[in-house]
Ligand binder design. Structure first.
Ligand code: ATP
Ligand code: MG
Length: 329
């Protein structure tokens, strides 16, 4: 039995990239009967500025979205990160075991800090907190999109460093990164960049809460190229290939099968077809999400339960860490 941990930031609304790269896999792992622990990582989300008034509703919205996608709070531990104070505490200990040089090399840090004049310390330390998240639950496997690969490697490195210094405590976590294209769905506006919650232009992504009309509009306007035929070539034709990735991920049709099906269709017509597939797939999820958000008290109750269960595991690991480090007897 694997112990699975993964997290998602409440920086916006869950999008199709998160769904393919992470959440859909989380549900599969839950269905296979593994120990599964999923967190809405709100401490991570404040590494870049968030509006306090919207942040809290985004946290609830994200938790509800995960449940709507199939995460079952009875079988999975589903919780809000900041409710479990051990994450921030353990982050400190792990931060004392790593170096500035190692963190500065990480690609996500480079990407997210590139456009900033002043870089918050939290953004720099982000992967250390992520390692704390993973190790607190002694996770063996971490299902994430491809953009997180180096962060999981850092978590494994920190587990090794801790074990060497203080005696064997942690098993090394492995990433479960899917190396197919769904591990990195691309922006609809700039198909060379990944689809992101925090990208300013909402037309760059399909959000789980989008209405059928919005989905159709976004896909119609998706940036492609001047070739009208539909075929897969992610290097030369990232835009249309990205649409095919969505199509493949939702229907199981191979790229060759899609190409054959689209013989004689141009990319404009193909966009309508993909829109239809996306709309039908998201329809029941959006309905369930709406239903969940109508009963806030119930949702909050589920998160209380999740926080208590997460806290029980995290507190026991933290007690052992304190002993090993010499902070307690
Ligand atoms: P932000 O822009 O705020 O960083 P995000 O869209 O990158 O938001 P995260 O909360 O950082 O989302 O990541 C949640 C999970 O979704 C991670 O496992 C990440 O690897 C995965 N993920 C994020 N973007 C994509 C994408 N475009 N394609 C596939 N997986 C993705
Ligand atoms: Mg991200």
């Amino acid at each position: 039995k694997k112990t699975i941990f993964s997290g998602i930031q409440p920086t916006g609304v869950l999008h199709l990239g998160n769904y393919f790269g992470a959440v859909r896999r989380w549900v599969e792992l839950q269905e296979q009967g593994h120990n599964v622990i999923f967190s809405v990582v709100d401490l991570h989300s404040i590494t870049l500025p968030q509006d306090p008034a919207t942040l809290h509703s985004q946290i609830l919205n994200m938790a509800a979205s995960l449940i709507a996608c199939g995460i079952d709070p009875a079988r999975a531990v589903l919780f809000q990160q900041s409710r479990v104070s051990e994450h921030a505490q353990f982050n400190w200990v792990l931060g004392c075991l790593t170096t500035l040089a190692r963190l500065g090399h990480l690609p996500q840090y480079k990407e997210k800090s590139a456009s900033l004049k002043e870089v918050p310390l939290g953004l720099y330390v982000y992967p250390v907190l992520q390692a704390a998240d993973i190790l607190l639950y002694r996770a063996t496997h971490v299902p994430v999109g491809e953009d997180q690969l180096q962060h999981i490697q850092l978590a494994a490195h920190l587990a090794r460093v801790f074990n060497n210094k203080y005696g064997r405590t942690f098993r090394l976590p492995h990433s479960m990164v899917y190396d197919d294209a769904t591990g990195r769905l691309r922006s609809l506006r700039q198909p060379t960049k990944k689809m992101s919650k925090s990208e300013a232009d909402p037309r760059s992504r399909i959000e789980l809460t989008d209405t059928p009309d919005q989905i159709l509009e976004k896909l119609k306007k998706a940036v492609t190229d001047h070739t009208s035929a539909v075929y897969y070539d992610p290097e030369a034709r990232p835009g249309v290939s990205n649409l095919m990735t969505m199509h493949n991920a939702l229907t199981g049709l191979s790229y060759d099968e899609i190409r054959a099906q689209c013989e004689g269709k141009d990319t404009g017509q193909y966009k309508l077809l993909v829109a239809d597939v996306v709309i039908e797939h998201l329809r029941p999820i959006r309905q369930e999400l709406t239903r969940l958000l109508e009963d806030k008290a119930h949702l909050v109750g589920l998160l209380d339960l999740g926080a208590a269960r997460a806290k029980a595991i995290a507190a026991s690991t933290w007690a052992e860490v304190r002993r090993k480090v010499g902070l307690s007897e």
